[in-house]
Design a protein around this ligand. Structure first.
Ligand code: DAT
Ligand code: MG
Length: 140
């Protein structure tokens, strides 16, 4: 067995569009366990830290501004290879080419060049997951 934890975010576009339940439904239907779920508006410091790997890129500032534009649903989910598994459920970064059946492929609408508003975030490695869970849920 390879039980892991991952950090999932329903981004402000997903919350605004009422897709929180839809995302959680897909996570639970797959068999992952929810360990923490919290709706909150993140401040810029947290978001800059969360997206530290993208600092200096042209989309960094718009990305942080967008992520601070409203509440996000922060989730810690646990399960067998959940880090990779949720990335598959989320689909490719760009909603235009994300596969049908994935959250971004089925529901993403930010087609075109801007891929900032793509509904969800999922940690991309065990190291990222540990770092991000500590950041969003220091007590967990
Ligand atoms: P992912 O969220 O699939 O892990 P990422 O870590 O490369 O993608 O980028 C983080 C977020 O930044 C992504 O969800 C949307 C935004 N983003 C990435 N590339 C972008 C680009 N070229 N233009 C605008 N936003 C971008
Ligand atoms: Mg990423």
């Amino acid at each position: 067995p390879h039980t892991e934890r991952t950090l999932i975010l329903v981004k402000p576009d997903g919350v605004r569009r009422g897709l929180v339940g839809e995302v959680l439904r897909r996570v639970e239907a797959k068999g992952y366990t929810l360990l923490a779920v919290e709706l909150r508006t993140a401040d810029e410091a947290l978001l800059a830290e969360h997206y530290a790997e993208h600092e200096g890129k042209p989309f960094f500032r718009p990305l942080v501004d967008f992520m601070a534009s409203g509440p996000v649903l922060a989730v810690v989910a646990e399960g067998e290879r959940v880090i990779e598994g949720f990335r598959v459920i989320a689909g490719a970064t760009d909603p235009t080419t994300a596969a049908p059946g994935s959250i971004r492929g089925d529901l993403g609408r930010d087609w075109g060049l801007a891929v900032t508003q793509n509904l969800v975030h999922g940690s991309d490695s065990p190291e990222s997951a540990e770092r991000e869970i500590k950041l969003w849920f220091p007590g967990l």
